[in-house]
Design a binder for this molecule. Structure first.
Ligand code: NAD
Length: 506
């Protein structure tokens, strides 16, 4: 007998149209006319077909964006008028929040209760950057003696290429699109091939908001073709990338020939450290949410949990109880807490890590996937007990609902283990000793540290990692000052400064 959730999903498929590129203000088939299947992670059935972009589609999109930047009204428009468009995008996202959250859950397997929150956040990205650009994007001026006034202005770069992953697509895309457009650039977005639906929806929203043609473009397709063509294109001035570390390094190499500015938001293997004096109930809530929300497919996930040996037994018992009770199910069911992984290949990768953990000596404690969901890409919430930091499962990014639990005794020891990893994206420290909290937070080598907190992020704060987790920062004023614009200096002589008189007869 068919499971009811799967029946709900089957009727949902029919409502989703095939996806086309969005180039120069129009939804178009690719030049080659080829397309690929978009697969539902819950049923592993085809949702729809997606246009497969190639070099010629990327060329067309970049040409449209270049024209719009150099000759369209976007660059010369008054800032207030441009921000009206940006705010209109936010309002339209709010109006379509249910639909966007539904498409995101259908396409990625993320639980709909979580995609709804991310969609609301996506609308805020546009409002935030509209405010930020109006209030903060100003230069400096220096009076240099009585001879000069020097001042800076911040200029948009031109055509920006945005390349995004599948794990929180709408939120991550809007986080790049909003500052790129608000600062006056034009954009070509290449979304992840595994999650094209909400990027397409973003194109619809932006189309409805009435942005001038060519300002925003989307080319769907695979990384090695469409993505690589965008990276290599000489008219693309910068690439903002979020994805795997290995892909980031390929993109950096490939953008060297055209000397592009790049921003890299990459993988993580973040430590979560619980000292014996911590508020253990709250630490438990945060540790469980931090790895099992978003199906564990979360760059800042606390995949390594370090427990002080004195509290480890009770904390592990509590973790086991939580893991047994996490609700696994249809991502479209509002009660679901953990959905299926994005695709079979990723499911197999995560499963193989769990097998490897057992070979490496861990005890795997898992929740139970309901019988009727066994065919799907469901990995139950998994604890890897007795883990050691040097094991591969503690060193490599698994990107699934898998928490390695590691014991420690001293502060020095746990700092050393937390840092003994190639990544440095995030970290979490739990203790009620205020000095120790700051000491450890300063010592853990990561771009972002939370003390006695889950991963709550204010839009004004920079986001990004150290080591193999990335280069540069997104968010806050970092995005608009340090990535999407460039300062230009104007030197104005206000007096008669000395000019050497070469060749002048005495
Ligand atoms: P991925 O690197 O496989 O793909 C990301 C994007 O890059 C996709 O659009 C893909 O098509 C494109 N791509 C692949 N090869 C390319 C190439 N040669 N040239 C140009 N583009 C190419 O990553 P993924 O599997 O989609 O996402 C998961 C990864 O993203 C994880 O490692 C996760 O930690 C990371 N991530 C990081 C952050 C962060 O802010 N640090 C946020 C979310 C996800």
């Amino acid at each position: 007998m068919e499971n009811q959730g799967i029946a709900v999903q089957k009727s949902a498929h029919k409502q989703v149209d095939d996806v086309q590129h969005y180039i120069n203000g129009k939804f178009v088939e690719g030049r080659s006319g080829t397309s690929f299947d978009n697969i539902n992670p819950f049923t592993n059935e085809v949702i729809n077909r997606v246009a497969e972009g190639r070099q010629e589609d990327v060329n067309e999109a970049v040409m449209a964006a270049k024209r719009a930047f150099e000759h369209g009204p976007w660059g010369t428009m008054k800032v207030e008028a441009r921000m009206k468009y940006i705010n209109r995008i936010a309002d339209l996202i709010d109006e379509e929040i249910e639909e966007i959250a539904f498409l995101e859950a259908l396409d990625t397997g993320l639980p709909i209760s979580q995609t709804k929150k991310m969609t609301a956040r996506a609308a805020e990205n546009f409002r935030f950057y509209a405010r930020m650009v109006q209030a903060k994007l100003h230069g400096e001026s220096y009076l240099v003696d009585k001879e000069f006034i020097n001042y800076t202005i911040y200029k948009p770069l031109g055509v920006i290429g945005l390349i995004t992953p599948w794990n929180a697509p709408f939120m991550l895309e809007t986080w790049k699109v909003a500052p790129a457009l608000a600062t006056g650039n034009t954009v070509v977005l290449k979304p992840a091939e595994l999650s094209p639906l909400t990027a397409n929806k973003l194109a619809e929203v932006i189309h409805k908001a009435g942005l001038p043609e060519g300002v925003f473009n989307v080319v769907h397709g695979f990384g090695e073709t469409a993505g690589a063509a965008l990276v290599a294109h000489p008219d693309v001035k910068a690439i903002s990338f979020t994805g795997e570390t290995t892909t980031g390094s390929i993109i950096m190499k490939n953008s060297a020939d055209t000397l592009k500015k790049v921003s890299m938001e990459l993988g993580g293997k973040s430590p979560f450290i619980v000292f014996e004096d911590a508020d253990l109930e709250r630490a438990l809530d945060a540790a469980v949410w931090g790895i099992f929300s978003f199906n564990g497919e979360r760059c800042t996930a606390n995949s390594r949990v370090f427990l002080h040996k004195n509290i480890k037994p009770q904390f592990v018992e509590a973790l086991k109880e939580r893991v047994a009770n996490i609700k696994i199910g249809d991502p479209l069911d509002p009660a679901t807490q953990l959905g299926p992984l994005i695709e079979k290949a990723h499911f197999n990768k995560v499963q193989s890590y769990i097998e490897l953990a057992k070979e490496e000596g861990c005890e795997a404690v898992q929740g139970i996937v309901p019988e009727e969901l066994r065919e799907g890409n469901f990995v139950p919430p998994t604890l890897l007990l007795n883990a050691k930091n040097e094991m591969r499962v503690c060193q490599e990014e698994i990107f699934g609902p898998v928490m390695a639990v590691i014991e420690f005794e001293t502060e020095e020891e746990v700092i050393a283990m937390a840092n003994d990893v190639r990544y440095g994206l995030a970290g979490y420290v739990w203790t009620n000793d205020i000095k120790k909290a700051h000491r450890v937070a300063h010592a853990v080598d990561a771009g972002m540290l939370w003390i006695n907190a889950q991963n709550v992020r204010d839009l004004r704060i920079p986001f990004g990692g150290t080591k193999d987790s990335g280069i540069g920062r997104e968010g806050g004023h970092y995005a608009i000052f340090e990535f999407y614009t460039e300062p230009k200096v104007i030197h104005v002589a206000i007096g008669d400064h000395h000019i050497p008189q070469f060749g002048k007869k005495k």
